[in-house]
Design a protein around this ligand. Sequence first.
Ligand code: NAD
Length: 384
Amino acid sequence: MNGKVIIPLVEGDGVGPEVTSAMCKVLDAAVRRAYGDSRGIEWKEVLAGGKAYEQCGTYLPDATIDAFRQYGIGIKGPLMTPVGGGIRSLNVALRQGLDLYVCQRPVRWFRGVVSPVKHPENVDMVIFRENTEDIYAGIEWEAESPEARKLYEFLRDGMGVNKVRFPDTSAFGIKPVSREGTERLVRAACRYALEQGRPSVTLVHKGNIMKYTEGGFKKWGYELAEREFGDAIASGKLVIKDCIADAFLQNALLKPQEYSVIATLNLNGDYISDMLAAQVGGIGIAPGANINYDSGLAIFEATHGTAPDIAGRNVVNPCSNILSGVMMLEHIGWNEAASLVVESLEDAFSAGVATADLARLMPEGKPVGTVEFTEYIVNTIDRI
Ligand code: NAD
């Protein structure tokens, strides 16, 4: 992709405007430095969250969804979860509405970052978290509601279920996990591993207990890999393995170097990505993307929330959003600009220059504000 690209941009709520402004400045500087005037990004603001509600009376206007569809790409700051009303989460609504079935989260250590583990450099994984199914589908009923009662009666009288310990006060949730949903996720993970020269895909599941849902994920995942990637597996280019989720949480801490690409269900992926992010420095530097690998539509986003406790105070770490921007540059093939950003961030961290969340852990740490950190990175990009 050459020339100018138009990128729909959601500023986000809370700390969103601060991290979005930082991300745009850093990416613009890197693209300018890498390609001069021959390439550039035109940021096209689209609305979601509080700003959308103020201006349009709705949290997620159709125009925003249409812009993401039209341009096939976008980047967003964190969005608050509206209290009350019909929307459970704007992020979940976006992912499900656009069928962005992969939540991709790369987790690696950056030079200079202090981590709670001895060898954070051994963590280099890319998580493929299923985004549209599992308990996140939002099919659940409140305890003691008529719907919960009706469902229980159906289970008891129609299905012979007698295992609900406290039926009168139980809430119920339904966990759909399908063969198709599993196959498209595992296919994307295997293709990614082969394209990026990564050695293995690990299916992380809890199939020992949830035999048909999580166990189905494991079974369908292996079958798909064997059917579609049999040659790569036979030649040793790709290893497919699996791990039970609780064991994986231990192993990822004790021997992270054994894992590369992780394919997992929605809820497991949520826990795993936060734990791995903590191993390499925390949610302040954890990027992500939501992707539909069939249509190619990709929306990049920081993994943290709106951080209302620090919003507007010039202390938020913008790196999660900046690194989501790096993923976006790589996605469109602008790898030179992406590398410049990573190199500049590592230079800053190695010099102890970081926002307070990271700097306070660094032996020579010099905490700087969000704006000052951004200026430092832009200057470094111009200089290297
Ligand atoms: P949060 O991620 O906003 O904050 C958790 C803690 O981490 C806070 O103490 C915060 O100050 C700190 N923190 C987060 N990001 C940081 C950063 N970049 N730099 C420094 N410190 C940072 O999670 P929360 O408080 O549970 O959620 C707040 C709101 O955000 C809720 O409405 C939630 O639904 C929403 N949320 C949105 C997203 C998203 O848009 N992707 C993700 C998670 C939560």
